[in-house]
Design a protein around this ligand. Sequence first.
Ligand SMILES: [Zn+2]
Length: 174
Amino acid sequence: MGAVAPRSAWSPNFDAQKEGTGCPMCADGGNRNDFGARFRHGRWTDAYLGRRPVRPGYAYVVWTGPHVAEPTELDPHEAAGFWAEVAIAASAIEARYRPRKMNWMSLGNGVPHLHVHLVPRHDDDPDAGGPVEAEAFDAASVTPLDDAVLESEVAALRRLVDGGSSSTTPSSPH
Ligand SMILES: [Zn+2]
């Protein structure tokens, strides 16, 4: 077998960032307006709607506790909280965008701070039946949502994750 020509490389700072040194998500909590807009602030996580939709309804959920790169670094209590909050965000995305399948992608190859990409896969998905192509995560290849759309979608998602808690009427289980 001949050597495979590399298409990309690990960041020179990758190992340091994986340990938490110079981690951009620890610095800003993932809260950068050019990446997305937050629709939920939880006990363990913040959830954002992505400005550059990998697929329509693309969101991501960022661990907001002390730096970890992998889910295996969480203790069982933290892990339960983390995944439960990812599910809250995913449920809101499912309710709003009605995908045929939701993909939960814990990657961290670019920024090794624990986060999960929520990628709705729709009926007309160009890669239906298989994984999302890597190029979908290339910011330059995806047309960004404009501010008005991002804000209105985030407002709709907030109503879903709040479950009506912003009103005086308690939400009922269903
Ligand atoms: Zn970090």
